[in-house]
Write a protein that binds this ligand. Structure first.
Ligand SMILES: Cc1cc2nc3c(=O)[nH]c(=O)nc-3n(C[C@H](O)[C@H](O)[C@H](O)COP(=O)(O)OP(=O)(O)OC[C@H]3O[C@@H](n4cnc5c(N)ncnc54)[C@H](O)[C@@H]3O)c2cc1C
Length: 433
């Protein structure tokens, strides 16, 4: 049965949620189609160990303008991060131990060298193509490390620091790192704090639920979309179940790694099609660990390939035990349910740690994400992603995976979702469509 809406928004992650909210509150009729049986996308406040747990995107920051505006709009606060007493970092074949400040100093000089030219290539980070970036857009992270004149120790430090964002230094480009560091005025530590320190008090769920609730949109869960056709006078969205839905416009807010499952007519620009075919290389995982007893707050850091857990960080005490958040660059390198394997990986740093329980969500195996956060292959940040954002007509694209400023985080999802909504509202209001 055909229906008619002003806008169909496809995907109920943060990009889709804010697009639906901004169009719904402007008075347009919005249908929000979501493949999963829940909203929130790659952010997901679930339950484990008898308490709420963030399985996906967690940390937000006041320096992200869209994030901060929405937190304030819904009256949400950020929780203080816990102070870490000791950092254990694997470099040059052995584990080093020091305070958080000492590790910060070890990382600072190396990171500053690796990202020294960030502002040269992205002088106005809100416009990724403000200058010709071709000399660095083709450079992989590994090539950047090779050309930075690093000692073995320095290279391990930088590969450890960046492991919490990465999957493969040979596959990922350096441009996204430079853009995001440029966004923090060249201060890599500021960028790192923004993406990894401050959780939402009471859970990030409140933010995505707030947006969707205020949108007034008709929300259909468990409704994966298979095709989107702009036929010149309307948009026809076809679900996997074969239902055809007509609307004046559509916002597509899907992860890069699922865009290839949708038939677009007309097709997306060539550079964007190439990016979709190449896919986001990040197949990382986040594992929550419950360790026996109350352990002194610690953090571990390991380069990719040298330990299956690249970052483990104290989160909180819970019922006499310690909860630890672990990031693994390669989800296939460790089985999150194998308590002994997880314990073995952690014992490299904390020899007497006892793992009692673990919890995780496999984002790479999940058919509605097929991967983690975006970290582009060479060429796609300023190419395919920028071109997909610029698509005009009845179908617009949004999502953290195609964001410029804010790429890879909730900020990028909110920014692109709000931008798509502004453009759609503009054309709907002037009667063009
Ligand atoms: C483990 C992990 C930790 C992270 N940590 C942080 C962090 O601390 N801070 C931060 O800012 N960011 C973090 N991120 C990144 C952040 O979560 C994402 O960048 C952001 O949530 C993406 O939002 P989005 O709306 O662009 O995409 P998504 O959230 O992926 O939303 C897309 C939606 O589309 C739906 N969908 C997919 N295919 C179809 C289909 N065919 N039909 C209909 N619906 C479909 C999906 O189910 C999903 O709901 C993390 C990500 C992961 C995986």
């Amino acid at each position: 049965m055909a229906s008619s809406y002003d806008v169909v928004v496809i995907g109920a992650g943060f990009a889709g949620a804010i697009a639906a909210r901004d169009l719904g509150t402007r008075g347009y009729s919005v249908l929000l189609l979501e493949g999963r049986d829940r909203v929130g996308g790659r952010t997901y406040t679930g339950e484990a160990f008898g308490r709420p747990i963030e399985f996906g995107g967690t940390y937000l920051h006041w320096t992200s303008p869209n994030v901060w505006r929405e937190l304030q709009h819904y009256g949400l606060k950020l929780d203080f991060p816990h102070h870490i007493d000791t950092v254990h970092w694997l470099a040059d074949g052995r584990v080093h131990h020091g305070s958080a400040e000492e590790f910060g100093q070890a990382a600072a000089s190396v990171m500053a060298r690796v990202a020294a030219d960030a502002r040269q290539w992205f002088p106005a980070p809100f416009e990724v193509n403000a200058v010709d970036t071709s000399p660095i857009e083709q450079q992989t992270m590994a090539q950047r490390f090779d050309s930075s004149g690093l000692s073995r120790y320095e290279r391990d430090v930088v590969e450890g620091v960046l492991a919490s964002l990465s999957h493969s230094y040979d596959e990922q480009g350096v441009a996204q790192l430079l853009l995001l560091v440029a966004a923090y005025c060249g201060d890599w530590a500021g960028y790192f704090e923004s993406i990894g320190s401050w959780p939402v008090e009471g859970g990030i769920k409140q933010l995505y639920d707030g947006l969707i609730c205020e949108s007034g949109a008709e929300v259909r869960l468990s409704t994966p979309v298979a095709a989107v056709q702009d036929n010149g006078i309307s948009v026809t969205v076809t679900t996997r179940a074969g239902e055809r839905i007509d609307a004046r416009t559509a916002v597509v807010a899907l992860p890069l790694n699922t865009l290839g499952d949708i038939a677009f007519t007309p097709d997306v620009p060539l550079a964007s099609r190439t990016m979709i075919d190449q896919k986001n290389p990040v197949l990382a995982s986040k594992i929550w660990v419950r360790a026996k007893g109350e352990i002194e707050p610690f953090q571990t850091v390991a380069p990719i390939g040298q330990n299956p857990i690249n970052v483990a960080r104290f989160d909180s005490y819970h019922d006499g035990d310690t909860l630890i958040m672990c990031l693994c660059s390669d989800a296939s390198a460790i089985d999150a349910d194998d308590h002994e394997g997880v314990q073995r990986a952690l014992r490299v740093f904390v020899p007497d740690i006892e793992v009692v329980d673990t919890a995780s969500h496999n984002w790479g195996a999940d058919e509605f994400s097929k991967g983690g956060w975006i970290w582009h292959r060479p060429g796609n940040l300023t190419g395919g992603a920028a071109q997909l954002r610029a698509v005009s007509g009845r179908v617009r694209f949004a999502g953290s995976d195609i964001a410029g400023l804010g790429a890879g985080g909730v900020e990028g999802a909110l920014e692109t979702g709000a931008a798509a909504a502004r453009e759609v509202a503009g054309v709907l209001a002037d009667g063009s469509y």
